[in-house]
Write a protein that binds this ligand. Structure first.
Ligand SMILES: [Zn+2]
Length: 417
């Protein structure tokens, strides 16, 4: 606790606006520790999600959640209009294929399943792979549900939700809905990122504490939520999901069964460290990286200045990392980007810290203007996929622009740092 209090002191600013009415999304408790108090971010104008974000730990159930004033409608709007769906082909598709095969194997091994009598529903994973693989195993039917897709009214025998519920504001309501859609003794297999494993994987300034990943489950809190919704725990697994051939995300997978009686408390064992310990380490690291990121921007600008090189500095690629960085630079250092750009056309012309966001062509035009004026275009990259953005820009602009990648991309950094 001492470590946590120290972190809180260092990261202190005012509480977010929503603090007074905030409740634990897991148990409804009102006693929340605001462990970061405030992780304010600048977001584009008309953006559905508020950047007024903070992270809390519930004193009753120890659930870790991100809080902001954004409600259900704001998130629904965001996932309808702004979610960045990644098309996963080739090696990434093969990884997903192996992953979903493993989930189905777990269901067969731990619960046994008569596929010919089983209707299957994939609840929001976004990929169609799970339902396809269930069909191959002989499922009577297999359907997919996401925000924009309805599903047939059946007594489902198996519902799977992989890496989805961590995004859902009212996950208790979603669990009750899943319970209602399942037939008698229906199975629910759920996988979410595991808070207990974060410190082994995430090395960025924000990583999981962004605007999208708002529920930070681990084996105990996830089991509790499932039991409260009317499930009994059949099996649990703490594992790593390979999202690229070299990057694994820690996850907890729980296979649960719908029950009409009061579910029995689960006997759980974990091979991972206590959430308290891992969270303190993680927050410390997050703050350090955020500081490094900010200092690198300021040092780089000073270096150009000392060499007498005129620059036009900005950021290419804007999501939570960049939103946070832009906020800190603006409020603590009175630095504002000369330009901001992102390949996502949905952000084009929206203002961020008063600067209109350019699309790729708009950015290309800006680089040409810089060249004409004898000004060096300096690109800071602060994103989870920083390495990809760096490669994208290098391929198109070569040495005609300067690129500074901040921080070391958390997804491509070894645990050794
Ligand atoms: Zn709670």
């Amino acid at each position: 606790m001492a470590a946590r209090r120290k972190l809180e002191m260092k990261m202190t600013s005012e509480l977010p606006l929503s603090a007074a009415t905030a409740r634990c999304r897991n148990c409804g408790g009102q006693e929340l520790d605001w462990i970061t108090r405030h992780m304010a971010m600048s977001v584009p104008e008309d953006y559905p999600l508020s950047g007024d974000m903070a992270v809390t730990v519930c004193r009753d159930c120890h659930f870790v959640g991100n809080h902001s004033p954004s409600g259900h409608d704001a998130y629904a709007d965001y996932y309808t209009r702004f979610n960045k769906h990644q098309t996963r082909t080739d090696a990434l598709h093969d990884l997903d294929h192996a992953y979903f095969t493993g989930v189905l194997d777990m269901v067969e091994r731990e619960a046994g399943i008569g596929w010919a009598q089983t209707d299957v529903l994939d609840w929001g994973s976004g990929a169609l792979l799970f339902s396809g693989l269930a069909s191959q195993r002989g499922a009577r039917s297999a359907h997919n549900y996401d925000l924009t897709k309805a599903y047939p009214d059946l007594d489902y025998g198996l519902i799977a939700s992989t890496h989805c519920i961590e995004h859902v504001l009212d996950f208790n309501a979603e669990f009750r809905r899943i319970h209602g859609v399942l037939g008698k003794d229906g199975l629910f297999v759920i996988a979410v990122p595991d808070l207990r494993g974060y410190a082994d994987v995430y090395w960025g300034p924000y990583a999981a504490f962004d605007l999208e990943h708002i529920n930070h489950f681990e084996i105990t809190s996830l089991s509790d939520a499932l039991i409260r919704a009317g499930f009994e725990i059949v099996a649990t697994r703490e594992s790593d999901r390979l999202v690229t051939p070299t990057l694994a995300y820690p996850e907890v997978v729980i296979l649960a069964r719908k029950t009409e009686q009061a579910p029995a408390p689960a006997t759980l064992s974990s091979s991972r460290p206590e959430p308290e310990a891992v969270l303190a380490r993680y927050l410390e690291r997050a703050e350090m990286d955020m500081g490094t990121m900010t200092a690198t921007v300021l040092d780089t600008l000073r270096d150009y200045e000392s060499r007498g090189v005129a620059v036009s500095a900005g950021i290419y690629g804007v999501a939570s990392y960049a939103f946070r960085l832009i906020h800190i630079l603006a409020t603590e250092h009175d630095f504002h980007c000369a330009w901001i750009a992102d390949s996502d056309a949905r952000l084009t012309d929206k203002r961020l810290d008063q600067v209109p966001i350019r699309d790729f062509e708009g950015f290309r035009a800006w680089t040409a203007e810089c060249a004409a004026k004898g000004v060096r275009c300096l690109v800071f990259v602060a994103a989870v996929n920083a390495v990809r953005i760096d490669a994208f820009l290098k391929e198109r602009f070569g040495d005609s622009i300067d690129i500074c990648v901040l921080p070391p991309d958390c997804q491509n950094r070894s645990a050794a740092g």
